[in-house]
Design a protein around this ligand. Structure first.
Ligand SMILES: [Zn+2]
Length: 298
């Protein structure tokens, strides 16, 4: 089944008096959501007991858990020590994921830095392979690593780079952040066709099974010549891309991805909005048959 959920905790969660992420699964289930990406983006600081409690609560409410690894990972660093630390951060995130029973860990693979892009990519690939080797040795082989498409030009993480990385091991699933893709392409996603081309590129690179179970991030993104600048809300429609277009392609390709919304401060509310857009598209397709695909509905 397709699942929708937030990246981290909405402001409203705290405004309602909640303090701990262990209460998120029930809060999300009550909203009608079914996924939750726990943020370790600033470091893996969760205790084992909290992680286990969060995992139990998620299991009880059928909330699919993923964990976002720290932002400061750089698998492409020229410095051996920084690469080794980066492997350590991924392993720490995997440990937290294991405690929670989370199935996926999202990773940023690194940046190009001042050097050559091709060389940075090769360095990142060898660091990623070493990470997978150590993760397997530590018993984390059942947790899926999901390298993410990133929004800034100087980051490793174009669609092509991420798909090449995912060819290294058939267990890897890409995190396709459509806001990042839009920003990186300086506003590249403007129609159903634009989204379909991306989806077909993914399918051709790694096959339908992984495409079907894709990990996705979605939010509206403001960008500059350097790429991603800021995430906006689903209602801020002066910024793209439009989820309606992606929803049509997801339905056409019978995909069952996890869709994580990264709208600032209102991620759960906007995840629900994405779910509503998807369900409206689904109803439209059922009502109108294939005729409806190719048209944007109000
Ligand atoms: Zn990310």
């Amino acid at each position: 089944m397709i699942r929708f959920g937030p990246s981290g905790n909405s402001d409203s969660f705290y405004e309602q008096g909640y303090k701990s992420s262990v209460d998120m699964p029930e809060w999300l289930a009550n909203m009608g959501l079914s996924a939750y990406e726990y943020q370790c983006s600033r470091g893996v600081n969760i205790s084992e007991s909290t992680a286990r409690k969060l995992g139990e609560n998620a299991w009880a409410k059928d909330i699919f858990l993923s964990v976002h690894a720290p932002y400061y990972i750089n698998m492409a660093s020229e410095e051996k020590e920084k690469r080794e630390k980066s492997i350590g951060y991924v392993l720490d995130t995997l440990m937290a994921a294991k405690w929670m029973g989370a199935k996926r860990v999202v990773i940023h693979t690194g940046s190009v830095g001042k050097g050559n892009r091709d060389r940075a990519f090769k360095t990142a690939v060898s660091t990623l392979l070493e990470t997978i080797r150590q993760a397997d040795a530590m018993g984390y082989g059942d947790i899926t690593l999901c390298p993410e498409v990133l929004g800034k030009m100087n980051q490793l993480g174009s669609l092509e780079e991420i798909l090449e990385m995912c060819k290294l091991d058939e267990r890897l699933i890409p995190t396709i952040d459509f806001g990042h893709l839009h920003a990186r392409g300086l506003g590249a996603l403007n129609s159903i066709d634009d989204f379909e081309k991306v989806i077909i590129t993914i399918e051709n690179a790694i096959g339908y099974d992984r495409l079907k179970n894709l990990h996705c991030h979605f939010s509206r993104v403001e960008f500059t010549a350097g790429g991603e600048k800021k995430h906006w809300r689903i209602f801020d429609d002066q910024y793209g891309p439009e989820f309606e277009y992606l929803a049509e392609v997801l339905i056409k390709k019978a995909m069952e991805p996890v869709i994580i919304c990264e709208s600032r401060n209102y991620m759960a509310e906007d995840a629900l909005e994405l779910k509503n857009i998807y369900e409206n598209a689904l109803t439209g397709v059922k009502k109108n048959g294939k005729e409806s695909i190719g048209h944007k509905r109000a």
